[in-house]
Structure formats: C-alpha cells, structure tokens
Write a protein that binds this ligand. Structure first.
Ligand SMILES: [Zn+2]
Length: 99
C-alpha cells in the first residue's frame, strides 16, 4: 500500500535511477555487468523476485539488441545451475530457484 500512496519523488525510470545511483544496497541492485544488471523487485509478488535488466533504457524488449538480451540472460544462468547465492550482500538469502 505504501507504494501506491507514497508521494512520487521523481518521474524517471526506476531502473535507470537504480543503475545510475551509488547506493546499490538501497536500490536492491545485486550485480552490475557490461550490458545488464540484476535487481530485486522492491514490491515482489513472491519472495526473491529478481529482474535482469539491460543497462540501456528501452521501452520494449524487441528494442534491445541480441547482445543486451544475452547479457541479461547470462546474469540469470548461474541461478538455474543451482548457485546458492550470487548476491553481493551476505544478508540477502539466495532465491529459491527450481530447475
Ligand atoms: Zn530506464
């Protein structure tokens, strides 16, 4: 409910703001790479909802290049191999990913 009722502090893109910010912990940003980054959903539908986001702002997935999409998928692939945690913060539990 806070998300809906809270005053909006900016009209910018939440992903671009997280990527350009300097406080990854506050932004829930878990990993940065050349073409994409991993971020937790601040208001998840399920615990540990991770998102792989390309670094360049685009409006739709087809606007992303093949290299950008590959960069995002590369960030997710360790999770599917059963990696226990790729988080930079030791306080965040590894997401429960099933094959
Ligand atoms: Zn953006």
């Amino acid at each position: 409910m806070t998300y809906i009722t809270a005053a909006k502090t900016s009209g910018g893109c939440v992903f671009c703001e997280a990527l350009s910010g300097s406080d990854d912990r506050k932004s829930l940003l878990l990993a940065r790479r050349d073409r994409a980054f991993l971020i937790l959903n601040r208001y998840p539908y399920a615990a540990g909802h991770l998102m792989a986001v390309i670094n360049r702002h685009v409006g739709t997935l087809p606007e992303a290049t093949a290299d950008e999409v590959a960069g995002a998928m590369k960030l997710l692939s360790p999770l599917h191999r059963g990696t226990t945690c790729m988080c930079r913060w030791s306080t965040i539990p590894a997401p429960a990913i099933r094959p």
